[in-house]
Design a protein around this ligand. Structure first.
Ligand code: GLY
Length: 369
């Protein structure tokens, strides 16, 4: 029998699962197609920081979108727990962004006027986190840059989507998407499925679909290597962050430590140099990690774009195809807002114009150098 859906979502990471959930909730008939297993690639490699303040350097549409997504996590966590019984393991300690130089201080103090941010002297910061490095000159305490556990968020979205009637096919590789008689034929390793709309949310692997669908937007992996350690004796309640590296305290008692930024590296195996660099950096933030027991190492491939911002928008010449990919360092943070935006595009609802412009597929910053 021919399988026909309102929307086919390609990619079962956190973005694809969140989109499927939001659409299924509106009674759309949704199919999600994942080449491997849901949430097992880039999503499960992420630390899960909801770092809207930590990761955004300018007060632009991207920051506004990131803040909106950060706020959506609060009700989303409750809703997902009620809908499917999965706790997304939100950890509410916030973040200390550490300053070691006058330059760091100048940069961090640009955030002083934001409601969630408080500048702390070194003494006050060390009172909050006594095991942080004594070399700091101060820190920004960011109350709202909390963290969640990405694999649990993704599984919760997937389970919730199923509960609302979505079909999820794992181990199902999409090989092509073609427009045929007013619908799309999606050819997969498990046979053809048909849909009125297609959402491409395959992270760094979305580049293949961009080129197949006639677009040349460059995508590249930015490999991040991480490790986790068991923290038995060193109380730490807040994420420590400096220069894109972080020590994130999990509810399990582990610390997640990351991450390198290796542009163009497609291997998802960490190497010694990468792990050594991450450990070296973490020791400058939390010297006590030197004595902690190693849990495991891993690496993930962030989906890089030329301007570091995602593509969330319609194919410029085919409005039935919507892309939601290229979230670089912020896939976990941006998942709820991305899903909301894609849902609204598919249902032809009003979208905030600044966001539509900022993430459009053919913006010149992402296409040309
Ligand atoms: N969001 C943190 C990272 O990409 O390493």
């Amino acid at each position: 029998m021919k399988k026909h859906y309102d929307t086919a979502v390609i990619g079962g990471g956190i973005i694809g699962c969140a989109i499927s959930y939001e659409l299924a909730k509106t009674q759309q008939k949704v199919v999600l197609l994942e080449a491997g297993e849901v949430g097992r690639k880039t999503t499960s490699a992420a630390a899960g920081m909801l770092g809207a303040h930590a990761e955004c350097e300018n007060r632009d549409a991207f920051f506004d979108f990131a803040m909106h997504s950060q706020r959506l996590y609060e009700p989303a966590g409750q809703e997902l727990e009620e809908a499917c019984g999965i706790d997304i393991r939100r950890h509410n300690g916030g973040m200390l962004k550490l300053a070691y130089t006058e330059e760091d201080i100048a940069c961090l103090r640009k955030m002083d006027d934001l409601p969630s941010v408080t500048w702390l002297s070194a003494e006050d910061a060390l009172e909050k986190e006594p095991y942080a490095s004594k070399d700091i000159l101060g820190a920004s305490f960011i109350k709202d840059d909390v963290h969640v556990e990405p694999y649990y968020v993704c599984k919760a979205y997937a389970k919730g989507a199923r509960r609302y009637g979505a079909d999820i096919y794992e181990h199902t590789q999409v090989t092509s998407v073609k427009r045929m008689n007013g619908e799309y034929c999606i050819t997969t390793s498990g046979g053809d499925v048909y849909a009125d709309k297609v959402a491409v949310a395959s992270g760094v692997w979305s580049g293949r679909f961009f080129s197949q669908l006639g677009l040349g937007q460059p995508f590249f992996p930015v490999k991040g290597e991480c490790l986790s350690v068991w923290n038995d004796d060193t109380p730490l309640t807040k994420t420590l962050y400096h220069d894109h590296c972080y020590v994130v305290p999990r509810k399990s008692g582990r610390l997640v430590i990351g991450a390198t930024m290796k542009h163009g590296d497609w291997s998802d195996t960490p190497d010694i140099g990468g792990i050594e660099a991450v450990i070296g950096k973490a020791k400058t933030m939390l010297p006590a990690i030197e004595h902690m027991k190693i849990d495991r190492f891993w690496a993930g491939l962030r989906p890089g774009t030329r301007d570091g911002k995602p593509f969330i928008g319609r194919h410029p010449e085919d409005s039935g195809i919507i892309f939601a990919a290229g979230h670089f360092r912020n896939g976990i943070l941006l998942a709820p807002a991305t899903a909301e935006m894609v849902r609204d595009m598919i249902l032809e609802r009003q979208i905030k114009q600044e966001w539509e412009e900022a993430f459009r597929i053919d913006r010149k910053e992402a296409v040309h150098i």
